[in-house]
Design a binder for this molecule. Structure first.
Ligand SMILES: [Zn+2]
Length: 273
């Protein structure tokens, strides 16, 4: 499953394709959307956002096209005269100045007004998106201390999209490592200083993954790991997928555990309780 940074990069590609451009044709498979297709002609696409794993295409008339790819959906970008050769079912096609963004196979697609978007049943449960919304470390720290979160173990909490949207399994391990915290620690157990570090890491590691297409490790450590013959799959992360290898920081052997029925990697020395 792609995590927030991968979804945000997909949104960037759609924005490059049709963002700032005026719609000259819209096509929708679902009848309730299809009847509105012609009303998009002449309307500008202003921005493409993400919220967790949802894609939000924002139009100048304040309408927002919500889509969630779940496991099967895929966006394909192409020119009007060269539609993709695929057996997938087309669900949405937006054509702007001859450039197309086509969504295949996804079934969770709906149209909203910007003012009502937070009433969407999926979005209403999500915390802020670290890559599409302005979120500061103090905001994340405040959320860690909310009643519904502060007594939960970080191993579970970091995968809860209600805390912040977009974190997934590799980010969880990487954030805990850079925060030097074990997965069973709870926000309520941490000193204000530790909470501050954790909040900053939640944002920084996620934004780094977005900027680097999924590399969350530090440059000096990447150089060391490459010199030791590690594959990209291993050097791109500080701990994730590195069970049995040495911790970059202290040399202890990285361990793999199951936490919340997903694999988690940690350094037993740097992240001691
Ligand atoms: Zn270590």
């Amino acid at each position: 499953m792609p995590e927030g940074p991968e979804i945000r990069r997909a949104a960037d590609r759609i924005e490059q394709q049709i963002g700032g451009r005026v719609i000259d044709a819209a096509w929708f498979a679902f009848p309730e959307l299809a009847e509105q297709a012609s009303s998009f002609i002449g309307v500008r696409v202003v921005r493409v956002d993400t919220w967790g794993k949802a894609m939000l295409i924002r139009f100048a008339d304040q309408r927002v096209l919500y889509s969630h790819n779940q496991l099967y959906g895929v966006w394909k970008l192409h020119s009007e005269d060269k539609p993709p050769n695929t057996k997938r079912t087309l669900r949405v096609r937006l054509t702007a100045e001859g450039r197309c963004a086509s969504l295949y196979s996804a079934s969770d697609i709906s149209l909203w007004h910007a003012d009502n978007l937070t009433e969407h049943p999926f979005l209403a449960r999500l915390g802020p998106d670290l890559l599409s919304q302005k979120v500061a470390p103090a905001d994340v720290q405040q959320r860690l201390n909310l009643q519904q979160f502060h007594k939960r173990s970080l191993g579970a909490l970091l995968l809860d999209q209600g805390l912040v949207a977009g974190l997934g399994n590799y980010l969880r391990s990487e954030i805990l490592f850079f925060s030097q915290l074990p997965p069973n620690a709870r926000p309520v157990d941490l000193t204000p200083e530790q909470q501050k570090t954790l909040a900053a890491c939640i944002i920084d590691v996620t934004r780094q993954a977005y900027q680097t297409a999924g590399v969350t490790n530090q440059e000096a450590w990447i150089a060391q790991a490459k010199a030791a013959g590690e594959s990209r799959r291993q050097w791109r992360f500080a701990v994730f997928d590195r069970a049995g290898l040495e911790c970059h920081r202290c040399g202890a052997v990285i361990e793999r555990k199951m936490v919340g029925s997903r694999r988690l990697y940690l350094c037993p020395r740097c992240q001691a309780a």
